[in-house]
Design a protein around this ligand. Structure first.
Ligand code: GLC
Length: 443
């Protein structure tokens, strides 16, 4: 099965326009509330973890509400953990009993989720763990992450990895056939020998593409948050995926392949320091930081998928709801500078970032200027019009005496007196829309 950057760019066209999505980490681990790696971190056996299966009863589960909150925040797609590393399925799989339909809630939660997200007019994706700490045929004793790693009770454990991979393929088939058209499939993750053809990835991708020709897949059938994978190389594999998935880091110049061509990428980012619900993790990033990171991603041709970890009952934590509302308020006024936008080939300004769409440049001003603002790289003769995006008010080319010695530089000015300093209208990010007469160079 062939794969190339042309097809990747075709498939990801909507994704590269939409730029902003919601990640949802939610499952049995939301009950102990110490993150989705709890079994591994605390070396919990299946039996130790069983009480969470027996009591999983998210009475407030209302995916329509999640989708509404995502939409209000300006997010265009939502991705839910259909199965995480603990192996528990939020969907009704025919190949395991370890699934939500067998817990007190007794429902296929993925079916309700995909429906709700689509009803809100958003794109829908599912996260599916390649790692499985429940399946008897997954490596245990010698695995670096398994909860039973190095445990002498498992030293002589016999397992048949092939059987596990069959199981994986069966479940992926269920995911791609039972839930309608999926927009994103987020596999997670590969490491050491547990990568690529160990998952029989070529065959797996054939299966995926057979039923979901347009679905966008991440790059973790051969990688993790750590690397880029073959998508940036000359030897691109059929399972390279369609985008790189840097985790908790913004690649400083975006991501390009060996030829210098841009590759789609998506920053996955937590609001605090946990993916799944953790009520004692108060270290939330500010709305300001998160809005600015989204802008930074777009300015480097990337997306951002921002995570929430709903409670055991199914509610997005209040802190996260507040952040979503703040982001939504900013996007409502400034979304035009995010959606459909990407890198501009102007040098990065000292006061913030530029994003660009066709012949419009958006100056994202983070830092309060004194007097007029230098728009380095922009030719004043090319400017048709400048205005603040949030209210349409005019921004002019400065004629202040303070700028006269720098005649090659274009300065923007807002407020009455040319050399006075006026507070920025939005201290998070004030966006100046700069419409150019001719098409500026675009990457
Ligand atoms: C990691 C972690 C995981 C999380 C994911 C999100 O690979 O294993 O718990 O789901 O990244 O990007």
């Amino acid at each position: 099965m062939k794969n190339n950057l042309y097809d990747i760019n075709q498939r990801t066209e909507w994704f590269r326009k939409d730029r902003f999505g919601m990640f949802i980490h939610w499952g049995l681990y939301s009950i102990p509330g110490k993150g989705e790696w709890i079994r591994s971190h605390q070396r919990l056996s299946i039996e130790d973890y069983q009480p969470y299966f027996d009591t999983f009863y998210p009475t407030d589960y209302n995916p329509r509400e999640w989708a509404k909150q995502a939409k209000r925040a300006g997010m265009k797609y939502v991705v839910l953990t259909a199965k995480h590393h603990d192996g528990f399925c939020l969907f009704d799989s025919d190949y395991t009993d370890y699934k939500s339909t067998n817990t007190p809630i007794g429902k296929d939660l993925v079916a309700e989720f995909v429906e709700a997200v689509r009803q809100e007019g958003l794109k829908v994706g599912l996260y599916f763990s390649l790692v499985d700490w429940y399946h008897p045929d997954y490596p245990k004793y010698q695995d670096p992450y398994h909860p039973m790693r190095g445990d002498s009770r498992f030293e002589d454990d016999t397992f048949d990895l092939n059987r596990y991979v069959d199981y994986l393929h069966h479940q992926v088939k269920e995911i791609v056939t039972k839930y309608g058209q999926l927009d994103i499939l987020w596999f997670d993750f590969s490491y050491e020998e547990m990568s690529g053809e160990t998952w029989r990835a070529e065959e797996l991708m054939q299966l995926v593409r057979q039923y979901q020709p347009n679905v966008i897949v991440d790059n973790r059938l051969e990688g993790s948050g750590e690397g880029f994978g073959s998508i940036v190389t000359e030897q691109i594999t059929s399972y390279s995926g369609d985008f790189v998935s840097p985790e908790q880091i913004v690649p400083h110049e975006g991501i390009r392949n060996y030829k210098g061509e841009f590759i789609p990428w998506e920053l996955c980012l937590t609001m605090n320091n946990n993916w799944a619900y953790n009520p004692t993790d108060y270290l939330y990033k500010s709305s300001k930081t998160l809005i600015r990171k989204l802008v930074e991603c777009v300015s480097k041709n990337g997306n951002m998928i921002l995570n929430v970890g709903p409670t055991a009952l199914g509610v997005i934590p209040q802190e996260s709801q507040d952040i979503l509302a703040d982001i939504g308020a900013w996007i409502e006024k400034n979304g035009e500078s995010i959606y459909g936008c990407g890198i501009s080939n102007l040098p990065k300004p000292e006061w913030g970032y530029y994003t660009q769409k066709g012949n419009t440049i958006y100056a994202h001003v983070f830092e309060q200027p004194i007097g007029p603002l230098a728009l380095i790289g922009i030719d004043k003769n090319q400017i048709k019009r400048m205005s603040f995006l949030h209210d349409g008010s005019e921004v002019s080319i400065s004629s202040s005496f303070t700028t006269l010695a720098y005649e090659d530089i274009c300065f923007a000015q807002y407020g009455e007196v040319p050399h006075f300093t006026y507070p920025l209208p939005d201290e998070i990010d004030s966006v100046i829309k700069i419409e150019l007469k001719e098409l500026a160079d675009e990457n």
